[in-house]
Design a protein around this ligand. Structure first.
Ligand SMILES: C[S@@+](CC[C@H](N)C(=O)[O-])C[C@H]1O[C@@H](n2cnc3c(N)ncnc32)[C@H](O)[C@@H]1O
Length: 277
């Protein structure tokens, strides 16, 4: 199936703040591998059947589209939606490489899709809600798209636990600087059950996950990457001068390179509920 471009202007609206460069593409694909086992468990809990219709909202360069396609099989219908056409082009390559050629890919904003109401057995997002200024609008659209009795599932983070051990003042400075310029709520994880219920879902479940990273592992330096991506915004906010920012990054890099330093990742929450019949 070919890629559908739903609206010409989606890229003009507030961009995904982490960008769409090759490094971000590689990070997002690595992130799919990182969260694969948890996603499998989530789908086991919800129970997808062959022939189901499923949607991954904000799928990026793969999301969970391969897991969906594997589970619903050729009789099912898998749709991936993202506001970035470039990510969907990568998703097409990734899916082709895995032999999943029937997935439909659509450029659209998640807050207002042209998809038919009540048309999916499962509507899913991962790591989109923490990036958007109006998570309730995305959830409202997800609920609109789920059939009565169907599921809405979200997987998102809460920076509550995101720290390094031993603790370090440059971590605290840079984490605060990144959080201050983030495009969404870095603590959305804890709000997920309430947001799902407010959106009209029932039988809401919540499962948290924790992880530790060590030097050499990809997400050990994630905060440094986020700070680099947001450098201009941080400096524009005038909370730090360029010299202070560079000093903090150098201090943190040295600390993270110490073999005795580990990082605790943000708590990764999975929450899901059912649209009433
Ligand atoms: C951190 S990435 C997560 C990608 C994928 N869900 C995954 O877990 O691998 C966030 C994705 O959300 C997309 N996104 C952000 N805001 C969006 C919006 N309003 N509508 C559609 N997609 C959006 C971005 O383009 C990006 O692909």
């Amino acid at each position: 199936m070919t890629m559908t471009v739903a609206t010409a202007d989606v890229r003009d609206r507030a961009d995904y703040s982490l960008g769409v460069d090759d490094a971000e593409r590689a990070r997002l694909l690595a992130q799919c591998a990182l969260h694969r086992a948890e996603a499998e468990t989530l789908l086991d809990r919800i129970g997808l059947d062959a022939g189901d219709h499923v949607l991954d909202l904000g799928c990026g360069p793969l999301g969970v589209l391969d897991l969906f396609a594997e589970r619903v099989g050729p009789a099912g219908h898998v749709v991936g939606l993202d506001r970035e056409a470039r990510y969907l082009a990568i998703a097409r390559q990734e899916l082709d490489a895995r032999g999943f050629t029937g997935v439909e890919l659509m450029v659209s904003d998640a807050t207002g899709t042209a998809l038919d109401p009540a048309s999916f057995d499962l509507v899913h997002e991962r790591l989109v809600l923490n990036n958007v200024p109006q998570p309730d609008a995305v959830l409202a659209e997800m609920v609109r798209l789920a059939r009565p009795g169907g599921h809405v599932a979200v997987q998102d983070v809460d920076w509550l636990t995101w720290t390094c051990l031993p603790e370090h003042p440059d971590w605290d400075r840079l984490r605060a600087a990144a959080a201050a310029v983030w495009s969404g709520d870095v603590h959305i994880g804890r709000r997920l059950p309430a947001l799902l219920r407010a959106a009209g879902l029932v039988d809401v479940e919540l499962v948290p996950h924790m992880r530790v990273f060590r030097p050499g592992e990809p997400y050990h330096r994630l905060l440094v990457r986020f700070v680099a991506l947001h450098r201009e915004r941080i400096l524009a906010g005038r909370a730090m001068t360029a010299a202070q920012l560079d000093g903090a990054v150098a201090g943190l890099e040295a600390h993270l390179a110490d073999p005795a330093t580990v990082t605790l990742y943000a708590t990764f929450f999975q929450a899901w509920g059912r649209r009433p019949e």
